[in-house]
Design a binder for this molecule. Structure first.
Ligand SMILES: *Cc1c(COP(=O)(O)O)cnc(C)c1O
Length: 345
């Protein structure tokens, strides 16, 4: 039954989906669906207002407490989505006269937030802490507040940021550190704390919503200053309840994350690709046309793996992005390995 949830029908054919971020199989989990249903009947289809007005239904507190406890943070705040979280957090904290040091490959919503904030935006080469330090040396003294921002597990590459060194640089240069954990949450624990974590409830948690974790003071400040929190309606009760139920399953069954990771590693090992840190394996194709050709060839064999092209990734790095779920069967993964092995020779 579980592996069936990854079979999708398109144009009269069925495909095994290797492009979903539902890494832990929680999007269709019976407990998650039941919680969403019950919350809708009890609290309504929508929140009805911004959380600061009357939209703060009783499901928020347990959801935020659970998120904070899972990551060992003091406090959590749930936003409408991961996009709204990054936008709201960055624009609330940073402004003109400040500087944001961002990894070259951070998600679009981090960049949008950085640009909207009015702060100076400096990009360091992907995971290059030497370059980051050079930028801090060159610019930190001339700005008021500084923020270093990266992703824990990078969404399109699946590699991890050197968070320990980034935390140390943050201390040394008096800069806040922030990491987006959209693709690590539920799969691998970060090695060190950041001042600020953001993430989404739409990937491993299988539903919808975004969150930020940090100190109580940070969260209290954001409640009254993050514009995408203040001026947007709260999450529907169903999304809150679904997320809470998903987090409970996640905590009770940590093996879900290990299985997704193991399947990703099984494919990488079989094809001689670098060992993945999380449930994402990129297969570089180069040009957009080459990526589409591989994607089409896999589709012909029954595997759904869309090509990822610019502007999602830099020009010349078009790729297939394989995403694994604990609900993929070993047979499904072995089928994909066989199809890809044929293409790679
Ligand atoms: C998907 C994603 C987001 C956006 O999350 P949504 O909840 O879908 O808005 C933010 N950051 C990263 C790294 C992501 O991959």
């Amino acid at each position: 039954m579980a592996a069936d949830s990854l079979v999708v029908a398109q144009g009269g054919r069925s495909y095994v989906n290797f492009a979903s971020n539902d890494y832990l199989g929680l999007r269709m989990h019976p407990e998650v669906l039941a919680a969403a249903q019950e919350a809708t009947l009890r609290y309504g289809a929508g929140a009805g207002a911004s959380r600061l007005v009357t939209g703060n239904h009783p499901l928020y507190a347990p959801l935020e407490d659970t998120l904070a406890a899972m990551k060992g943070a003091e406090a959590a705040l749930v936003f409408g989505s991961g996009y709204l979280t990054n936008l709201g957090v960055i624009t609330a904290l940073m402004g003109s006269g400040d500087a944001i040091f961002a990894d070259k490959l951070v998600h679009a919503c981090i960049l949008d937030g950085a640009q909207l904030s009015g702060a100076k935006v400096l990009r360091f080469r992907h995971n290059d802490v030497g370059h980051l330090e050079a930028l801090l040396k060159g610019h930190r003294h001339s700005v008021r507040n500084a923020l270093i921002v990266t992703e824990h597990v990078f969404s399109m590459d699946g590699d991890v940021a050197p968070l320990e060194i980034i935390a140390e640089l943050g201390q040394r240069y008096d800069a806040w550190t922030m990491a987006d954990d959209a693709h690590g949450f539920g799969l691998i624990d970060p090695p060190v704390m950041m001042d600020i974590w953001t993430g989404t409830l739409s990937k491993a948690a299988g539903g919808y919503g975004g969150y930020v974790l940090g100190s109580r003071a940070l969260v209290d400040y954001l409640i009254n200053s993050a514009r995408s929190f203040i001026f947007s309606t709260g999450l529907p009760p169903a999304s809150c309840a679904a997320a809470l139920a998903a987090l409970q399953v996640m905590q009770r069954e940590p093996e879900r994350g290990s299985i997704a990771l193991m399947l990703a590693q099984r494919l990488a090992l079989a094809l001689g690709l670098p060992n993945p840190a999380a449930a994402i394996v990129p297969l570089m194709a180069g040009s957009a046309e080459a990526a589409v050709a591989v994607s089409d060839a896999l589709a012909a064999q029954g595997f759904l793996v869309p090509a990822i092209r610019p502007p999602t990734v830099p020009p010349g790095t078009s790729r297939l992005r394989l995403a694994f779920s604990c609900d993929h069967s070993a047979e499904q993964v072995d089928g994909l390995i066989a199809a890809m092995a044929e293409m790679l020779v």
